[in-house]
Design a protein around this ligand. Structure first.
Ligand code: CP
Length: 315
């Protein structure tokens, strides 16, 4: 694997999931692989899980890590080519990415969608500019349209907790007052469509995700109907894709409650975190044995380790 930007960079998904599960059993088995190698983690946005789990994974593999928050620890970075740099961005990505690539053997990038300009966000400018100019492998730590390390951790979690050969997995939109990116939901769709699961997406009208991510998933606007017999409920808020970046409703009836979980087949609740309690999902659900959110976040370490291991084999 030379980069990890999306599912497209994965040649054998079953093997990658198994590699994550193996890493969980034997975290330090590949300590030699990353010896004398450095991973840079570059954050344009906040993070708890991605920041810590990816550092931990790199360290498990024997790597050193460096973390930088763009605009706080560094100069603001200009992404546009050929621009007169008379604004607030003091450094161009052409130099910045190339310089970071001199210090690091692998670079992880987190850069969320701006939610102002759909075409620009979906062009993945930050990720692609780093890929173009860094000269070393790039790992997507959540970009404008995708969060593949999260999706791999989700796949690992589903594998661990499924009790049926082909479980029913439901992605449900949750209410939120702030516009949030579609990245986690897009990615989850993309990865679920590559797994042997019955995949259902439920959301209010107007929250349709981009067709290239939804694929052949069954889409329902009736959340209760979607939950019936489900084995896994994956909650996430996202802003509208059609009316790009808009919050069209905050309808609290879409919050996940224990009554709704009772419609499932003793289903498990998943969320990538952070989650706003009693707005998106009740305390009762999050604090119940049906919640997998902590296990899921724990698996972020093993998803990052599986990906870094594949990259380290190529450098
Ligand atoms: N799920 C996730 O990516 O969490 P952070 O934003 O805290 O990294």
């Amino acid at each position: 694997m030379t980069n990890f930007l999306s599912l497209n960079d994965v040649t054998d998904l079953d093997a990658l999931i198994q590699s994550g599960l193996d890493a969980k059993q034997h975290p330090f088995a590949d300590q030699q692989l990353g010896r004398n190698k450095t991973m840079g983690l570059i954050f344009f946005n906040s993070s708890l899980r991605t920041r810590l789990s990816t550092q931990k994974a790199a360290q498990n593999l024997g790597m050193q890590t460096m973390v930088m928050n763009v605009g706080q620890d560094s100069w603001g970075l200009e992404m546009e080519e050929g621009i007169v740099m008379n604004g607030d961005k003091a450094e161009h990505v052409k130099e910045a990415a190339a310089v970071i690539g001199k210090y690091c053997d692998v670079i992880g990038i987190r850069a969320f969608a701006g939610l102002q300009d759909r075409e620009k966000d979906y062009a993945e400018i930050v990720l692609n500019q780093f890929k173009k100019y860094a000269g070393v492998p790039i790992v997507n730590l959540e970009s404008a349209t995708r969060h593949p390390l999260q999706s791999l951790a989700d796949c690992i979690t589903l594998e661990e907790f499924k009790v049926k050969r082909r479980p029913k997995v439901v992605l449900t939109w949750l209410p939120h007052f702030k516009p949030l990116p579609q990245a986690v939901a897009n990615s989850f769709c993309e990865w679920m469509n590559a797994r042997d699961v019955e995949f259902v997406v439920t959301h209010p009208e107007g929250y349709e995700l981009a067709p290239e991510f939804v694929g052949n998933a069954r889409v329902l606007h009736n959340q209760n109907e979607a939950f019936e017999g489900a084995d896994f409920i994956y909650g996430k808020n996202w802003s509208s894709y059609q009316q790009y970046g808009q919050v069209l409703t905050q309808d609290p009836s879409w919050m996940v409650t224990m009554d709704k979980m009772r419609l499932t087949d003793n289903g498990k609740f998943m969320h990538c975190l952070p989650v706003r309690r009693n707005m998106k999902v009740t305390d009762e659900v999050l604090d119940s044995p049906q919640s997998l959110v902590i296990e899921q976040a724990g698996n972020r370490e093993w998803s990052a380790q599986a990906v870094l291991k594949e990259i380290l084999k190529t450098i």
